[in-house]
Ligand binder design. Structure first.
Ligand code: GSH
Length: 193
């Protein structure tokens, strides 16, 4: 949805609520995406697309003239690599959260430490290239990175990623003020019930 807002087409997308979890199966969702995961996009001609990077590239090709996915050259590979870095960080964060939510007896300190180490490594690698991130026009790499850092703030308030990386924090705070981010803020429905 961040990409849809960046492309100015969010209002054209009809949203449906779906509750999914790593440890549960949403059978309705399986009819849409055989993996049972969100997001999935059903296009006007009835085609279903997943996962998020495929949906974002489809929207960009249809409405963005390769604004978010540069068509060729170094900009393309920078954007795709940064997307992969941020997306991998998100996946590790989701798996780390799953491990943290198990009962203390089932948790593995070793696995938790490995997840933490990988997230820190991904944050440091991102921080190391923050200058070129700041100077590039927003693309899929920026969007995914902002979503990953937003997720970190949302689910890992105890991880102070900002203090050792003030410039990355500054970039994120500026990006997070964009309407695309403000209009897609994560909500904890269970907590608000
Ligand atoms: N790489 C995928 C990740 C999708 C994903 O893992 N979504 C989570 C929710 S954030 C999910 O559906 N989890 C349920 C499951 O793994 O079964 C994407 O970007 O679309």
């Amino acid at each position: 949805m961040v990409c849809a807002h960046e492309l100015g087409i969010a209002e054209q997308i009809e949203k449906r609520y779906a509750l999914v979890s790593v440890r549960d199966v949403n059978v309705d969702m399986l009819q849409v995406n055989p993996l049972g995961r969100i997001p999935a996009l059903v296009t006007n001609d009835g085609t279903t697309l997943y996962d998020s990077v495929v949906i974002c590239e489809y929207l960009d090709a249809a409405h963005g003239e390769h604004r978010l996915f540069p068509a060729e050259g170094g900009r393309r590979w920078d954007a795709l690599r940064r997307h992969a870095l941020a997306n991998g960080m998100l996946e590790t964060l989701v798996r780390w959260r799953d491990e943290r939510s198990r009962s203390p007896a089932q948790q593995s300190a070793e696995v938790r430490a490995a997840f933490e180490r990988k997230v820190i490594s991904a944050l440091d690698a991102t921080d190391a290239e923050v200058r070129s991130i700041e100077h590039a026009a927003p693309d899929i790499g920026h969007c995914t990175l902002a979503v990953a850092l937003g997720y970190l703030d949302f689910r890992y308030a105890d991880v102070d990623w900002r203090k050792p990386r003030p410039r990355l924090a500054q970039w994120f705070d500026a990006f997070a003020a964009r309407p695309s981010m403000q209009q897609t803020l994560p909500l904890d429905e269970q907590a608000s019930r």
